[in-house]
Design a protein around this ligand. Structure first.
Ligand SMILES: [Zn+2]
Length: 558
């Protein structure tokens, strides 16, 4: 048994026993880390062809994975989850010439079950020495695991619309795209482009990510829809939607020119969508202001009605919020501001910047996706309803924070941290914004993140260091406190004669976040772990009033 990640190696060394239950398996490591079957090649393009069969909820097809070889390697890992089956793998190699100027030969060879090994959901095959791997095409079929509660519990979704027409899609974030198609199911390597070619009954429409290139009637009751994505894309974002769709569109004059905005909705909901989707151009306007240009102009922007609540599928956002404002008609913040806009349009589209443009290499760092996107809701609220509304919204979200486990999860085993990555993540961003205390610089940092890490996969550390560097302040202790512990800083204070004494408790060593307080007028204090004092604001004033924007607790002590 190989131990690949820094979290699992310890458990690999320990003897197995009832008291030493191994929290992660070797299969988790294979799935979540850049192991020896993955680290020597880079996925360049996926060409995913699928035929969707509603009669038995099955999918059949192939994925051609074009490869750039980074260094020498032999073992290739491809992921596909049970009960999906690989029928064969066609491998394309170049022989490396032994003598200079001799001809490079392209060769194809086929592998069938028995010729590739399996371990859990990972399949392995070998390429011979002295060749360059160019591509491999995996032919597959099966009935992908059906989602019980999408999008949280992922898988394929097979439903009927109100008129009885078949309707399907997939939601597979976290669980992984390998639940329905063979791929390199590792977030640190996105294909730089993709094609999604869907064959379905010709009474229905098949929508994919990117641009529609071709729609071909096959003459046998089916139609093939070919969609192309011209940017890097997370494998979980590449998803088909098949149903009885109606279509309308508009062109938005955006920062990078005209942006095609296309909407695909069930025929029965066309009129509702025409009104509800007015939030889409509003969203683009606000987010281009805060984050910079929409990242995928060539591919356009789409909202596609989905049989589940929603997901950030790149350039084809899944929309299933029932044409109501709020989150299924409710306001997660309790402030009332969340009912002014459609949660799914705003939140899932916010991910186009944080998740799709900037992706994390490891889902342990997923707060970068969810924390900033949760904060995009705050910024949307601020753009249209003002700063007070935004503060009410973000502070209102705090009641949803659990502080159960750290926001950042264990690395290398495909494991997310706490669900607090949403609300605590956005409150961390809001708190940092207070410390930066310069909104134009703060906005510049948000835009800079999207520019500097454009189409890249990153770590949380890279994002943290970027923010510290741009704001010329070392925020490392603040990030450690909120992302790597479950403790919320407490500002303790007490009244002593003419003074109020204050200090931090419950903090990581070296935590020194300045705070804005109200004391007659606004002023700043710089608490540490040691008692400090300020003069009482008035003879009757015996509380220390910290601006509510800071996510800390205050406690008066005797
Ligand atoms: Zn999200």
């Amino acid at each position: 048994m190989k131990c690949l990640s820094r979290w699992t190696w310890l458990f690999c060394l320990l003897p197995a026993g009832p008291l030493l239950a191994q929290p992660f398996t070797h299969a988790d490591t294979l799935r979540g880390s850049n192991g020896p079957g993955r680290n020597w090649w880079d996925a360049r393009k996926y060409t995913l062809q699928v035929t969707v069969d509603f009669t038995d909820s099955s999918i059949r097809g192939s994925n051609r994975i074009e490869v750039e070889q980074l260094k020498l390697g032999k073992l290739v890992q491809v992921d596909l989850q049970e009960p999906m089956k690989i029928d064969s793998i066609e491998v394309e190699i170049n022989s490396i010439p032994r003598v200079k100027r001799s001809v490079i030969k392209r060769k194809l060879f086929m592998l069938y079950p028995g010729q590739f090994s399996e371990e859990g959901n990972a399949r392995f095959f070998q390429v011979p020495d002295s060749v360059t791997l160019r591509s491999f095409t995996v032919y597959f079929h099966g009935k992908p695991r059906v989602a019980k509660m999408p999008p949280w519990d992922g898988g394929s979704i097979w439903k009927k619309d109100k008129a009885g027409n078949p309707w399907m899609s997939v939601a597979c974030q976290g669980l992984g795209a390998s639940v329905w198609y063979p791929c390199k199911d590792y977030q640190g390597d996105e294909p730089d482009a993709a094609e999604l070619i869907i064959t379905c009954p010709d009474t229905l429409s098949a929508i994919g990510n990117g641009r529609l290139q071709e729609k071909k009637l096959n003459g046998n009751g089916t139609t093939t829809w070919r969609w192309a994505v011209s940017y890097p894309i997370n494998s979980y974002n590449l998803v088909p939607y098949v149903g009885k769709y109606a279509h309308f569109n508009e062109t938005y004059a955006g920062l990078d020119g005209p942006l095609d905005m296309d909407y695909w909705v069930l025929e029965e909901n066309l009129e509702k969508a025409r009104s509800q989707f007015k939030d889409a151009p509003r969203m683009i306007k606000a987010f281009e202001y805060w984050f910079g240009p929409y990242p995928f102009y060539r591919d356009g922007f789409k909202l596609v009605e989905s049989p589940h609540l929603g997901m950030e599928h790149q350039s084809a956002i899944a929309y299933g919020n029932g044409y109501r404002n709020g989150y299924r008609g409710t306001d997660l913040s309790g402030s009332g501001w969340g009912l002014k806009w459609d949660f799914i349009i705003i939140h899932e589209s916010g991910h186009e910047w944080f998740a799709n443009n900037i992706s994390t290499k490891d889902i342990a760092d997923m707060w970068v996706h969810e924390g900033f996107t949760n904060y995009s809701e705050v910024l949307f609220t601020e753009y249209y309803y003002g700063k007070e509304a935004a503060t009410a919204y973000v502070t209102g979200l705090r009641k949803n924070i659990q502080n159960d486990i750290p926001v950042i999860g264990p690395y290398g085993v495909n494991k997310e941290g706490s669900g607090d990555m949403y609300y605590k993540g956005s409150n961390l961003v809001h708190t940092l914004r207070q410390v930066i205390n310069n909104d134009s610089l703060f906005r510049d940092i948000l835009r800079g993140l999207n520019r500097s890490f454009r189409y890249q996969t990153v770590t949380s550390r890279q994002v943290e260091e970027y923010i510290s560097k741009r704001s010329k302040q070392d925020f490392s202790k603040i990030f450690d406190q909120y992302l790597r512990t479950t403790d919320i800083p407490v500002l303790e204070y007490k009244v002593s004669g003419q003074y109020i004494l204050y200090r931090y408790r419950n903090c990581v060593k070296g935590f020194r976040m300045p705070l804005r307080i109200r004391c007659g007028s606004e002023r700043w204090i710089r608490p540490t772990g040691q008692w400090q004092r300020i003069k009482r604001c008035g003879t009757t004033e015996d509380t220390l009033s910290v601006a509510p924007d800071f996510y800390i607790n205050t406690k008066k002590v005797p």
